[in-house]
Design a protein around this ligand. Structure first.
Ligand code: NDP
Length: 485
């Protein structure tokens, strides 16, 4: 079975597809050709209301389901996702343009990992007993209530599951709004959760642009908002949530440093830089886009990198041999082209790429600039495309200071054969998700998230549970109550 990219309806509310064609039409474009493959409609206020009402009703029941049973629903959903990995991956490729070679291993599989992990951990969610001599306190880990998830367009399936799985494991219900650019796969997650036994209304999907997100964030029925998006959107959503004192998780952008020392294994360092800049055509928040290379290894690094880039297979993303696909949209391609032009204009040395690929769709070449300096635009702003900036450095202290001179703090990496230096340097880099002699691994077992402007809260791992639940503490007095009068 192959999924029809045109979904049954635009939204998934209360356990079923729901259509309302009076909303703004949203064309879904296959980035590799520019053709419209489906149309969905933005949620109207009536659809948003129906989704929140369904979530509110479902959450009340779900919070009473035993955690082990909740976990069983999630692990069943994980199993269904794995069985349908190929079809889900093809749909993700059509929605995002990312090569099937990637989506087969990094999207539905990562989503299934999250469902499996949080499904497994659900039964272990307990409170504490705190002895105080005769009296005692116990704590109850409670659900927050109705939670809103808002996703970016680079990892639609993964984002829906990274938010949905821990939320549901903790007893919450969710209304999820995918990016308008990639609305298709979250609907499949909702369908699969229903099939796995989730009650109607537990996981709802509504489509729309920023206004729909904003309507969800400001609704008083919502207890928490988890956003994956850019820093400017994060600021707006965080502020709106603060107005009603809602919980938030903000997974935002970055301009992460990857520091390569003279003694690094050259091919491993080049592989790390490729993974940290060109996977998903560079549309990854944690990418190490400021590649600091120590002067002694610089020319060898650039030469080997240029050689390795020739092996990129740019083409039809649905062909499993393709390893590099298009930008998600024409608009994103233009934004990235703007940065490439700035790189040239500000005097960076173009080592490879720099142009569009001669074919339909929104393809850009993998692009590398060398001799980049800290003040250049391409070294300061998040590009979210296949543009690597290589900067030189002399000393460890200099590399650390320059790597930290940014408003962002999502990720950081270091390549060196000197293990004490590796730990010393990583210990001083101000970032949430770090790597030693590797880059961009994101197993569900590890906390993921940023510091500084890159966000608050953590996704994945046991740490995520604290962001999807709250503690009630109960003081129990065993004797008489003393009072002043
Ligand atoms: P945006 O910030 O533009 O959008 C993110 C989501 O928020 C979209 O669904 C968007 O809707 C919605 N939105 C926009 N305005 C509002 C608002 N006022 N209230 C509520 N919701 C709103 O990001 P992109 O989709 O362009 O994604 C790219 C960005 O995401 C990059 O900066 C990247 O770094 C970041 N990112 C971070 C990750 C992380 O985990 N740290 C992972 C992946 C990406 P719509 O776009 O449909 O209008």
């Amino acid at each position: 079975m192959m999924y029809d990219p045109q979904p049954t309806a635009s939204h998934y509310v209360n356990g079923a597809y729901l259509e309302d064609t009076s909303g703004t039409p949203i064309p879904v474009i296959y980035p590799a050709t520019g053709e419209v493959i489906a149309t969905v409609y933005a949620a109207t206020p009536a659809v948003i209301d129906a989704a929140l009402a369904a979530a509110e009703a479902a959450q009340k029941l779900w919070a009473k389901v035993s955690p082990r049973e909740r976990g069983r629903v999630l692990t069943r959903a994980a199993q269904i996702m794995r069985e349908r990995n190929h079809d889900l991956s093809v749909l993700e490729t059509r929605d995002t343009g990312k090569p099937l070679q990637e989506t087969l291993v990094a999207d539905a599989t990562s989503g299934a990992d999250a469902l499996e992990y949080f499904g497994g951990i659900a039964a272990g969610l307990t409170g504490e007993h705190i002895p105080l001599g005769e009296d005692w306190v116990y704590t109850i880990r409670e659900a927050l209530g109705v939670c809103v998830g808002i996703g970016a367009w680079n990892y639609p399936t993964q984002i829906a599951c990274w938010k949905g799985a821990p939320a549901l494991a903790c007893g919450n219900a969710m209304v999820f709004k995918p990016s308008e650019t990639t609305p298709l796969c979250a609907l499949k997650i909702a369908e699969i959760l229903t099939e796995a036994g989730a009650p109607a209304g537990l996981f709802n999907v509504v489509q729309g642009m920023g206004e729909v997100g904003s309507a969800l964030v400001t609704d008083p029925r919502v207890a928490k908002v988890s956003l994956t998006g850019s820093v400017p959107t994060g600021r707006k959503v965080y502020a709106a949530a603060a107005e009603q004192m809602k919980h938030v998780t903000m997974e935002l952008g970055g301009k992460s440093p990857l520091v390569i020392f003279d003694d690094a294994d050259l091919d491993n360092a080049v592989s790390g830089a490729i993974n940290g800049n060109f996977y998903s055509s560079g549309q990854v928040c944690s990418n190490g886009t400021r590649v600091f290379v120590q002067k002694g290894i610089k020319e060898a690094f650039l030469a080997r990198l240029a050689e390795r880039l020739k092996n990129a297979v740019i083409g039809d993303p649905l062909d499993e041999a393709t390893s590099f696909g298009p930008m998600v949209s024409e608009r994103q391609m233009q934004i990235v082209q703007g940065y490439i032009n700035k790189g040239r204009a500000e005097g960076a040395r173009l080592i490879s790429g720099g142009g569009r690929v001669e074919r339909d769709g929104f393809f850009l070449e993998p692009t590398v600039f060398a001799d980049v300096t800290d003040d250049m635009t391409i070294a300061r702003e998040e590009i979210f495309g296949p543009v690597m900036a290589v900067l030189d450095f002399d000393t460890e202290a200099e590399a650390i200071a320059r790597a930290n001179a940014t408003e962002f703090g999502l990720s950081a990496g270091v390549f060196t054969r000197d293990l004490s230096r590796a730990h010393r340097v990583i210990g001083q880099l101000r970032a949430g998700s770090c790597f030693i002699n590797s880059y961009n691994d994101a197993p569900v077992e590890a906390p993921f998230g940023g510091v500084k402007a890159s966000g608050v809260g953590r996704e994945n791992s046991k740490a995520a549970l604290d962001h999807w639940s709250q503690l009630k503490s109960v003081y129990v007095r065993m004797g008489d109550v003393e009072a002043a009068f």
